[in-house]
Write a protein that binds this ligand. Structure first.
Ligand SMILES: CN1CCN(c2ccccc2CNc2ccc(C(N)=O)cn2)CC1
Length: 244
């Protein structure tokens, strides 16, 4: 997967692209992250990329020309999608992340000021995506969220393959609680079942925890999960749970 980031602040991606799982994925060649400085493609003096909004109003708008030329500074692969990160976009979900992870190339456009000229969006943007219902100072953090969530689904990026599928959102439930040593800390003891070595009981306990947490915090996900088909083992545990 190749990520191309169109941004006014490429330096914001330096440590992101070098650190931890994403850094290793780049070094191992599983993903590629290249930033294009939009300002390098400004044709105006002082390298400006924005101008006052037609119709008046406060703030500035990013102009089409620098974005268009930044876009074409490298060939756009045929299996590529152009994503514009904005509060106006469709909210990112696990299903959308899965869909994006199947592409060969993702071009992520990071907006600033009040946004970009609509003609750029109409001509070049395949999808407007929001990472949630809140406002950021720029599209860069939203772009990193897309790179991170998509990259972890690329084969080879996560050590333990099913780690990316086992947990919440993929399974449809929020994650169960996790514990590690010591068994007692500040008089707080790890639930005994987790140290019983009884794997069936542990698996059931984890499912119940996930169901309970999801029912309280995300009843929408809980109801969707209860409507879905599940494998025989999960069905059996659900039946036991619903009896309690
Ligand atoms: C005051 N305005 C500043 C500029 N902004 C804007 C407008 C258009 C594009 C990008 C931005 C950058 N901001 C973002 C980006 C994404 C998200 C998200 N939720 O994905 C939230 N914010 C809108 C708000």
């Amino acid at each position: 997967m190749k990520f191309r980031i169109l941004t006014l602040f490429p330096e914001q991606f330096d440590s992101f692209a070098q650190t931890s799982i994403i850094g290793n994925a780049v070094r191992d060649g599983h993903i590629e992250i290249s930033c294009t400085q939009i300002r390098d493609y400004s044709e105006s003096k002082h390298r400006s990329v924005d101008d006052a909004p037609f119709g008046g109003g406060q703030g500035m708008v990013m102009q089409v020309q620098p974005l268009k030329d930044a876009m074409h500074s490298e060939p756009i692969g045929e299996n590529a999608k152009v994503i514009y990160l904005s509060p106006r976009g469709k909210t990112l979900t696990h299903d959308k992340v899965v869909e994006l992870s199947e592409l060969a190339e993702l071009i992520l456009v990071c907006g600033h000021y009040e946004g970009v000229d609509q003609r750029f969006i109409d001509t070049y943007v395949d999808e407007e995506i929001s990472i949630g219902d809140y406002v950021l100072t720029g599209g860069e953090l939203a772009a990193m969220v897309v790179v991170d969530s998509v990259s972890r689904l690329i084969p080879g990026v996560l050590r333990d393959a099913n780690a990316s599928l086992d947990e919440s959102f993929a399974s449809g439930l929020l994650e169960y609680p996790h514990y590690t040593r010591p068994a007692i800390y500040d008089e707080m003891e790890v639930p005994a079942v987790l140290r019983s070595g009884n794997h069936a009981e542990i698996e059931y306990w984890r499912l119940v925890q996930a169901l309970e947490i999801t029912k309280v915090r995300r009843p929408d996900l809980y109801n969707a999960f209860m409507k879905h088909e599940h494998d025989e083992k999960t069905r059996r545990m659900l039946k036991k749970y619903l009896k309690t």
